[in-house]
Design a protein around this ligand. Sequence first.
Ligand code: MN3
Length: 201
Amino acid sequence: MTFELPKLNYSFDALEPNIDAKTMEIHYGKHHNGYTNNLNNAIEGTSHENSDIIEILKNLDLNNMALRNNAGGYFNHNLFWEIMGANCGGNPSGEIAQAINSNFDSFENFQENFKKAAATRFGSGWAWLCVHKEGKLEICSTPNQDNPLMKNGCGGNPILCLDVWEHAYYLNYQNRRPDYIEAFFNLINWEEVNNKYLDFR
Ligand code: MN3
């Protein structure tokens, strides 16, 4: 199948002031678009040609760097755009709120752990919230465009992620990754995260 850059559900300036319009335009239009095109090139004529992105992530050869980087880059950004929105943030509600409380004791404690995973990822990568067996929630992080679904991943299903590559924040925040991580919590679309949680628990 040919993968396509998914349509954004909001305009480039919708996430301001937390993420600026220029960063969104370049991140989505150049970086994500590049991963999408390179993924299509990487699967052309291979056994992955008719697989969906989840199958590709679960089965790919980690030595195939073109496929690993671009399949990860494609999926990771898809999820990232989906779980953010304008007029979002705040406290989670619904079953994901209960699950966060029972897995992390409190929303505050969850935030602290997630921020730590994002802040301590050296270089480029991602922080994740994943659903494991019996609905158990775990936080992890991955380097580069690696993904929890890959053979080297945590084995959970990702429902929330944060891109901590410099391209995600450098124009507005320069070296201040912690400020960007803090601002991300104003953007989380908890309704969407809850829907994903309900799909996987
Ligand atoms: Mn990115």
